[in-house]
Design a binder for this molecule. Structure first.
Ligand code: GLC
Length: 561
């Protein structure tokens, strides 16, 4: 596969509302991001993905866009944004925007015009159907609960389709005029100087050719959208159009939020002529998910389950393309809370957090760090639903109650999966509100901020943060960068429980990555005799001939010499 500028980068995701507030209004902003670019530079970041900052009524925290051509005043304005682009470029950091085009906001001008005249040009930008009495066009359940159909404002006889929140009407991608509008807007941002997009919810943009009901799968009489996705028209047709009209002319980096893809079609998604540069590996995030709701989902994975997920993803992709590897994002709980199960004593130690960090970071693909992950931030111990504002968590709480859980049980079940775990304030230091703002923050800080914060970890050479810096540095290392970015992935001792081990190999160098995912020591029988340690999370290594005894939660990267 042809080498591209993005393949050896480390990416970082910012949730702008919670990253850094520069003007004391309690909400993070663009100037706050600019003020922290040196921090990101030191972390070795080359690509910055910022969650939506466009104008939005915030029904879904900015994933409901009312003006694609402007920055929401909460975050700043286009001048601030241009300065951010320049300041980032000066530090060799490229910015990618979130592209939310499956839907817009019901406050977008297009939707307002569609409501004024459903039969006019803008009516065709959406899916508007006549309502047959009480009967809705289909029995599909929205991702955020309830029917996907909502009465069209001003037209009691009509309904519009929304796969997500009712304030997020789906755009009709079958309309070529809409597609041209979207490509124009994307090119406008590319011409402004961004380097690509993280592409939101993109697998939803095409619908089944014929809308019809599927068997209900819960007591609400509705059915999962997976059925409609299964029967949807070929999504790649429009993705390729988007690639040709926007991505290729700009040499953009694009990463798709791709769920439910056909493994056979992998190359069409992320191969050298694929529609995207990369897509996220969500295998750990979706592992063992229940069709009934979050209340039945696992709050954590065992190390062997986690290994199964990441190994199978790596072995499916091989060298067909580059996955984007994550342990968390703005839709997921904190990675350390999910992949370091509290069934182990003392699991949330710096050593264990570093072991998890090294394990996912050195997989083949592009590592993404979600803000605060580099500090080892853990889930929020929610004590009441009042502390949760995410629309999806609120829906899932209702689902849990409807399934018969008590309020306490429902919170205990869904709290560890809430999207709000990751959306808390970034703790910059141990001062009031973690130094996030000089004013009153929009939410309270994570209770652990006095211990877990960037300033303290910058100073501590053994901190999780400084370990992430070492991992980033390895990807840019003149000796090891190439094998770690491009080299093949090969599992090692896959059957050995609580050990996650793999090789990276490029025909010139062989690197062995080993992580002991348990508090007890663990012996590893090595096939070769000579090893050169490149990175260890903590302690020293104990070799006896070809046996390596890893300490509890010990992680190391060895070169086979
Ligand atoms: C994606 C986003 C999520 C959002 C949804 C609807 O899954 O990551 O945060 O709620 O799309 O735009």
């Amino acid at each position: 596969m042809e080498q591209k500028w993005w393949q050896n980068q480390v990416a970082y995701q910012i949730w702008p509302k919670s990253f850094c507030d520069s003007d004391g209004d309690g909400i993070g902003d663009i100037q706050g991001i600019i003020n922290r670019l040196d921090y990101l530079k030191e972390l070795g970041i080359g690509i910055l993905w910022i969650s939506p900052m466009y104008c939005s009524p915030l029904a879904d925290e900015g994933y409901d866009i009312s003006d694609y051509y402007n920055i929401d005043p909460r975050f700043g304005n286009l001048v601030n944004f241009d300065i951010l682009l320049l300041e980032a470029r000066a530090r060799n950091i490229r910015i990618i925007m979130d592209l939310v085009v499956n839907h817009c906001s019901d406050e977008h001008e297009w939707f307002r015009k569609a409501c004024e005249d459903p039969d006019g040009a803008y009516g065709k930008y959406f899916y508007i159907r006549n309502r047959d009495g009480e009967h809705l066009p289909t029995n599909w359940r929205s991702y955020f609960g309830g029917s996907v159909w909502e009465p069209l404002p001003g037209h009691p006889d009509k309904v519009y389709l929304h796969y997500f929140h009712k304030k997020q009407p789906d755009l009709n991608w079958e309309n070529p005029e809409l597609r041209e509008e979207i490509y124009r807007m994307m090119n406008w941002w590319m011409d402004r100087g961004i380097s690509g997009f993280r592409i939101d919810a993109i697998m939803n943009i095409r619908k089944p050719e014929i809308f019809h009901d599927y068997p209900a799968d819960r007591d609400d009489g509705l059915c999962s959208l997976r059925n409609a996705l299964h029967d949807q028209m070929d999504v790649k047709l429009y993705l390729n159009e988007m690639r040709d009209k926007v991505f290729l002319p700009h040499d953009a980096f694009t990463v798709g939020e791709v769920f439910d893809h056909d493994p056979e079609a992998l190359e069409e998604f992320i191969g050298s002529r694929g529609c995207f540069s990369s897509m996220f590996d969500f295998s750990g995030e979706i592992f063992n998910r229940s069709k009934n709701g979050w209340y039945e989902d696992p709050a954590f994975l065992t190390p062997d389950q986690y290994k199964e997920c990441i190994f199978s993803a790596q072995l499916t992709v091989k060298d067909k393309g580059f996955l984007s590897n994550i342990i968390e994002n703005h839709d997921e709980p904190r990675g350390v809370s999910r992949y370091l199960p509290q069934t182990f004593a003392d699991v949330h130690t710096p050593a264990a957090k570093k072991a998890l960090a090294g394990t996912y970071f050195l997989l083949r693909g592009i590592p993404f760090i979600y803000q605060g992950q580099e500090l080892g931030m853990e889930n929020v111990p929610f004590s009441s639903m009042e502390e949760i504002s995410d629309c999806s968590t609120i829906d899932q709480y209702k689902v849990a109650l409807a399934a018969g859980l008590s309020e306490e049980e429902a919170l205990a079940a869904i709290g560890p999966l809430s999207r709000d775990n990751a959306r808390t304030l970034f703790p910059w230091d141990g001062s009031e509100n973690g130094g996030f703002t000089t004013g009153t923050p929009w939410t309270k800080p994570h209770p652990a901020y006095t211990d877990t914060n960037a300033a303290a970890q910058c100073k501590d050479p053994d901190s999780v943060l400084n370990f992430y810096k070492k991992l980033s540095a390895l990807r840019h290392d003149p000796e090891y960068g190439s094998v770690l970015c491009q080299g093949e992935f090969l599992p090692f001792l896959e059957e050995q429980s609580n050990l996650i081990a793999y090789y990276r190999w490029n025909g010139i160098r062989t690197i062995l990555v080993l992580a002991n995912f348990q508090p007890e020591c663990q012996n590893v029988e090595l096939p070769e005799k000579n090893y050169h340690p490149i990175l260890i999370n903590e302690g020293s290594l104990h070799f006896y001939d070809q046996t390596l005894t890893l300490l509890g939660w010990q992680f190391c990267v060895l070169e086979v010499t």
